[in-house]
Design a protein. Structure first.
Lengths: 218, 180
């Protein structure tokens, strides 16, 4: 191979690489809301690139930016929210089992965002896995946990309650009713901790009685 | 090895002794061999490249670039879709019904991770009794944050869990779409 041929091959390869990365970056930029300024789009594109480089989907960053635009947030706040989301997704990925779905990943990231510690999320996942809970059950539990924390229930107490219910394989409908009942009690003036305790106790009793009847108490 | 030469007849013993002696190469033969060895050119180095180093490095660079480009192209497929896709496994879209009781509203739509938060993309239909609004959306399995837009104002779905993604001051609802 002559020197000129080698130089040409190298130039072509470099050009191809640059073209692919540039068109990829351009596509992410195009996906961001049109109303954003160029520097903000650039900052968001870098976050999306970081997400992709970490094996995380870039569209969640795009969606967060679109949500911020719709809600009238200023651009600095949009960037802050997108950056925070990226960090939470990375934390969630680290505590979840390998190959977790995007749904479970975002559910765990949302729990972290709500104030649940990564260690608590990890403990909940391990607890669920010990009773062979599927990914859907784990995702539902994470969503219920996030909802409770968003309703001002202390994160650790909420996690303990959800863990108890997960270990008893509480059906989704009962978990949904439980969550709604706690929220209702809080709205009625009960303290979040008291509402959680009384509703958890009641549901645990129900689940244990049912398990006793079926001869498979945990 | 145990030798028993003394048991052999003298003639055979002599023949055996001669056979055991190392042959002495002739002077001519040695000289010819040395000339032949000296005539063979010594190699410049013990090991040669099958390709030139520069070519090997260039080929490695080209392979790395092609590999990186392929990975980016594969990842682009998931970034293009407006609907989040699963990281693992594949499943079919589910038709998810969203309902909001809002008898006094004149226009209701839904925004979320599934439509880039575009308030004009998915309007809800008013029910026959005029009390509620609903829409059915095909969604891939996953978790989605969403909110209703009632006459231009965002409203959380009271029947669904909160997403806690309230970075912008208005919390969302969340729906989990299970695989079939």
């Amino acid at each position: 191979m002559s020197t000129s041929s080698r130089s040409l091959a190298l130039a072509l390869a470099l050009g191809l690489g640059l073209w692919v990365s540039r068109s990829e970056a351009q596509q992410v930029v195009d996906a961001f809301p049109a109303g954003l300024s160029a520097p903000t789009r650039d900052a968001l594109r870098r976050l999306a690139d970081s997400a992709q480089a970490a094996g995380l989907p870039a569209q969640v960053i795009v969606a967060k930016a679109a949500e911020g635009m719709l809600k009238g947030a200023d651009e600095a706040r949009i960037i802050r929210a997108a950056r925070s989301l990226l960090v939470e997704l990375m934390i969630a990925r680290d505590v979840l089992p390998h190959g977790a779905s995007l749904g479970m990943l975002t559910a765990a990231a949302s729990a972290v965002h709500a104030g649940v510690s990564p260690q608590t999320v990890s403990r909940l996942i391990r607890s669920g896995e010990s009773v062979r809970a599927g990914e859907v059950d784990l995702s539902i539990s994470l969503i219920a946990l996030t909802d409770l924390v968003a309703s001002k229930v202390p994160a650790e107490s909420a996690a303990n309650a959800v863990e108890q219910l997960l270990r008893r394989r509480a059906p989704e409908a009962e978990l949904t009713a439980f969550r709604a009942a706690v929220a209702h009690d809080i709205a009625s003036g009960e303290s979040p901790q008291a509402a959680l305790d009384s509703r958890t106790k009641a549901l645990v009793r129900t689940l244990d009685s049912r398990a006793d009847l079926m001869g498979r108490r945990p | 090895m145990v030798e028993h030469d003394e048991e052999l007849p003298p003639a055979l013993r002599e023949a055996t002794r001669l056979l055991r002696e190392e042959p002495v190469p002739s002077r001519d033969w040695r000289d010819a061999l040395e000339r032949e060895v000296a005539a063979v050119a010594r190699p410049e180095r013990g090991r040669r490249w099958s390709v030139r180093p520069f070519t090997a490095v260039a080929a490695a660079l080209v392979c790395a670039l092609i590999g990186a480009s392929s990975a980016v192209l594969v990842m682009r497929g998931s970034a293009r879709s407006p609907v989040p896709t699963r990281l693992a496994g594949a499943a079919q879209a589910q038709l998810v019904r969203f309902t909001l009781v809002a008898p006094g509203a004149s226009r209701v739509s839904i925004v979320g991770d599934f439509n880039k938060w575009d308030p004009s993309a998915l309007p809800l239909r008013r029910s026959a009794d005029g009390q509620s609004w609903e829409v059915e959306i095909p969604l891939q399995p996953g978790r989605y944050a969403y909110s209703f837009v009632v006459d231009g104002t965002l409203a959380r779905d009271p029947s669904a869990p909160q997403a806690a993604d309230d970075d912008f001051g208005q919390p969302n609802s969340v729906v989990l779409v299970k695989g079939s």
